[in-house]
Design a binder for this molecule. Structure first.
Ligand code: PLP
Length: 392
């Protein structure tokens, strides 16, 4: 039996045609054709004025922080639960990441915890649209703007999601996306920075091209900066994927609905929540186990692997990782963020690749139920999951 992958793209003839055209024709005077088409289409899709295609989301966060002038002595609030790429660029620029707790239902940044993390040194906050869900961005932006803090929305995992009818990535002062091969909209590797702020946009254009102004034909560098560019082949792939994004999101939502139906009624299992004012992109179907199951995520992953099923651990709290664990901010995070620690202990991402079949999802659910039957312990259910997560 073939392994069931945890993530992977949907590639059709459209993508092959666009990339073939780019590799054939996007040179000489047409070198930037696909960048322009991809960026323009992305702007229109999001309803945001400026978009810059980049080699990764990590570079987009790095450029956003640089363009804002964030540096040593500054603090940036980031949720405990995210891929390290949300926080690493804060360290690149010499600023301090401050780890805030997550909300028990959305698993995204908790507005209350963010508020408690604000200090006179806070310059920015990076809410993360975790697993394709969106935090209450109205509340987070209100708190941030009252305190003079810039909101960088990390929509790496959430292309196609919506909050109150607005697209994920357009809800902060700056938005960033990843088009890594595991993402719903992929360019293999790639990213995008979006904003309505013209000054920030202009600054990013210089910073991402070794300190050259756009259109500079004299190769005259005004400062030492960075080389963060996407290739035209990637831009062509991105354009084709963007034109199919609604279809791809529909597929993700369908995969989630299969899991929801198959796992309905299994006590103590919580899947991704979707608040009434949110349209989740369900990038990764995620399962959190309640306290009645005597199993941690690593063991669960091994048992699934033995049955041919790939999975991923729910992100580890950033303050628990060796990369940050030694810092004073990590020590504070470990004390301050019980929800992140509670949920992360016993949660995994289930296979969510775009090529999954209903039959494969059925098989995964049968195996999950079997494992859970064997690991269930009779325990009071009062505090069902470690973070008291409501069953979806
Ligand atoms: C939340 C989040 N932010 C940032 C990134 C970084 O994206 P990239 O790999 O394109 O740099 C990722 C990648 O998975 C991510 O999940």
């Amino acid at each position: 039996m073939e392994r069931i992958p945890v993530a992977g793209p949907s590639i059709t003839q459209k993508e092959i045609d666009y990339v073939t055209d780019a590799v054939t024709n996007a040179w000489y005077a047409n070198a930037n054709l696909y960048h322009q088409r991809f960026e323009k289409a992305f702007s229109e899709y999001l309803g945001v004025r400026y978009t810059i295609a980049l080699p990764s989301c990590t570079s987009a966060i790095h450029l956003a922080l640089l363009a804002l002038g964030v540096g040593p002595g500054d603090e940036v609030v980031v949720p405990e639960i995210t891929w390290i790429a949300s926080a690493a660029p804060i360290s690149y620029v010499g600023a301090t990441p401050v780890f805030a707790d997550i909300d028990a239902r959305t698993w995204c940044l908790s507005r209350e915890s963010f508020e408690r993390c604000i200090s006179p040194r806070t310059r920015a906050v990076i809410p993360v649209d975790l697993y394709g869900n969106v935090a209450d961005m109205t509340d987070i932006a209100r708190v941030a703007h009252q305190a003079g803090i810039t909101v960088i929305e990390d929509a790496a995992q959430a292309a196609g999601a919506e909050f109150r009818g607005r697209k994920a990535g357009s809800l902060g002062d700056v938005g960033v996306f990843s088009f890594h091969g595991s993402k719903t909209l992929t360019t293999g590797e790639g990213g995008m920075l979006v904003t309505n702020d013209q000054a920030l946009f202009d600054r990013v254009l210089v910073l991402r091209d070794h300190g050259r102004r756009p259109g500079d034909r004299l190769f005259f560098n005004s400062e030492v900066a960075y080389k963060y560019k996407m290739s035209s082949l990637q831009a062509a792939l991105g354009l084709a994927q963007l034109e199919r994004l609604e279809e791809l999101i529909g597929r993700k939502r369908e995969i989630f609905s299969w899991y929801r139906a198959c796992l309905a009624g299994v006590e103590g299992v919580t899947l991704n929540c979707e608040a009434p004012d949110t349209k989740s992109a369900f990038w990764m179907v995620t399962m959190v186990l309640g306290a009645r199951y005597a199993i941690e995520k690593d063991r669960l992953m091994v048992l699934l692997e033995q049955r041919g099923i790939d999975s991923r651990p729910f992100f580890h709290p950033l303050s628990s990782l060796p990369a940050y664990a030694h810092t004073p901010q990590a020590e504070a995070g470990r004390r301050r963020n019980p929800v992140a620690y509670g949920v992360s202990r016993c949660a995994i991402n289930l296979p969510s690749a775009l090529n999954l079949t209903r039959q494969q999802v059925g098989y995964v659910c049968d195996v999950v139920k079997e494992i859970l039957r064997e690991t269930r312990i009779e325990r009071a259910t009062e505090s069902e999951s470690p973070a008291n997560v409501a069953t979806s």
